[in-house]
Design a protein around this ligand. Structure first.
Ligand code: 3PG
Ligand code: MG
Length: 465
């Protein structure tokens, strides 16, 4: 990898210099300003420490959520006509999407250095604040996405950001798939632009998965959206020894294989792709042989309950992760179905109409766990939960995969976990981050990278100007 990183520059380069560091502090913040999972914040500490110790002044920048544009993913060309700036943002949105609580958390984590926060990310106020900084000081700027120029990769906005500092650092792997001003456009204005330690670590592990996976290579994939994973699957399938599929996407695979899947959601848009994958890689692909099933109405009730619980208990909880699955399910029988006395059942093979799969079943758990545990000294990559894991009743499969992954790690396999949902699944199973070789901070970025897609954030660091 030709990418320049912090240690490639002489230590003295940083002394007294202003560094503009793109981080990804896009974390969940509750109504009471309580931070949810702070993994992404913690993962930037090595870079922050490295630079502050060498006398740099750190200007950290990040986005948080999708203010204004919550529904649509990206801005369209016509949006350019109506540029908006921070003063146009509604006061409630500014509060809801402010990075101020993150600055507070960061100062709790980094107690030796002074962390401050400023309610803007470009302009004269920011310049004035920076002028006051001493060596080792850290300043977090307000949410970049309060300016439309960020997502539009606007030239002037990029230039304004670049005018804040002498050296550019990208330590935000999880946003490096976005061609945004702070990730791409601003980098062109710097002679010195380098990768942070977390970005470097992400690339080391993920490039190993993508380009030279350790053998034997087991890929465990779950979650619901096939669309997001097709690129990565297409790229990795020729290289894997075994692909274990769970989560909602398994039902599309089963259905394409001619198995009855009842009311489970089927992704017909990608049905043909799935059929082709199954016929080409039939010997490598493992699908669930049994399932935890329930009715849509029971699932909706449980989802409602879990949303209420989440609101009450904002942090990643371990609520009912130790429930007793075997006593809470009953074997499927026509009478239990018609009387609705047992809304959750274990079902082997075909799923009857009126029911849908919400987790892998017990036999599947055993089969998948034993494949994972046989992977001595190889590599296991896990992306996406095995079922509707936010609900305790449907978390058994995901919990067991998490635990098997931890065991495999202790037995010498390299274990790599895709971020987002999979990290929170790990936490719910009470598996520590330290029992995994690498947990990626990225969700979308990880999948795009594994698919061999363009990564503007990395490209920008390699560009000469
Ligand atoms: C993420 O959460 O995946 C990153 O922070 C990128 O956010 P985005 O999907 O809103 O661009
Ligand atoms: Mg995302």
């Amino acid at each position: 990898m030709s990418l320049k990183t912090l240690s490639n520059l002489d230590d003295l380069t940083y002394y007294g210099k202003k560094l503009l560091v793109r981080v990804d502090f896009n974390v969940t913040i509750g109504k009471d300003n309580e931070i949810g999972e702070d993994y992404r914040i913690r993962m930037t500490i090595p870079t922050i420490e490295y630079l502050t110790k060498r006398g740099a002044k750190l200007i950290l920048m990040s986005h948080l959520g999708r203010p204004k544009n919550t529904e649509e993913k990206e801005y369209k060309e016509e949006d350019k006509i109506q540029q908006y700036s921070i003063s146009d943002i509604d006061i409630d949105i500014r509060k809801q999407f402010s990075l101020a609580p993150v600055a507070k958390r960061l100062s709790e984590l980094i107690q030796v250095y002074n962390v401050s926060f400023i309610e803007d990310c470009i302009g004269s106020l920011v310049h004035k604040e920076i002028a006051k900084m001493e060596r080792g000081d850290i300043l977090l700027l307000e949410n970049l996405r309060f300016y439309k120029g960020e997502e539009l990769n606007d030239y002037n906005f990029s230039k304004e950001l670049a005018s804040l500092a002498d050296i550019y650092v990208n330590d935000a792997f999880s946003v490096s798939h976005r061609k945004h001003a702070s990730i791409y456009g601003a980098a062109r204005f710097f002679d010195k632009k380098i990768a942070g330690l977390n970005l470097k670590k992400e690339l080391e592990y993920l490039s190993m998965v993508k380009d030279s996976p350790v053998q034997p290579f087991v890929l465990v994939i779950g979650g619901s959206k096939i669309k997001d994973k097709i690129g990565a699957l297409g790229n990795l399938l020729p290289k894997v020894d075994k692909l274990l599929i769970g989560g909602a996407m398994a039902y599309t695979f089963l259905n394409a294989n001619g198995v009855k899947t009842g009311d489970s959601p089927i992704d017909y848009d990608h049905f043909q792709w799935v059929k082709n994958a199954l016929s080409t890689y039939n010997d490598k692909i493992y699908l669930p042989v049994d399932h935890i099933v329930t009715s849509q109405s029971f699932l909706d009730i449980k989802k409602g309950e879990s949303q209420i619980k989440d609101k009450e208990k904002r942090n990643e909880g371990n609520d009912n992760s130790k429930f007793d699955l075997l006593s809470s399910i009953a074997p499927l029988s026509p009478s239990s179905l018609s009387s609705h006395s047992s809304p959750v059942s274990l079902n082997k093979g075909a799923i009857p109409d009126g029911l849908l799969g919400v987790d892998i079943g017990i036999e599947t758990v055993q089969q998948y766990s034993s494949i994972i545990s046989q992977n001595r000294n190889g590599m296991i990559v896990w992306i996406g939960p095995m079922g509707v894991f936010e609900i305790g009743l449907f978390r058994n499969g995901t919990n067991n995969i998490a635990k098997s992954m931890a065991l495999a790690f202790w037995r010498g396999s390299k274990t790599i976990i895709g971020g987002g949902d999979t990290l929170s699944a790990l936490k719910k199973a009470e598996v520590s981050e330290l029992e995994v070789t690498h947990v990626s901070t990225g969700g979308g970025a990880t999948l795009k990278y594994l698919a061999g897609g363009e990564m503007p954030g990395i490209e920008a660091l390699n560009k000469i100007k």
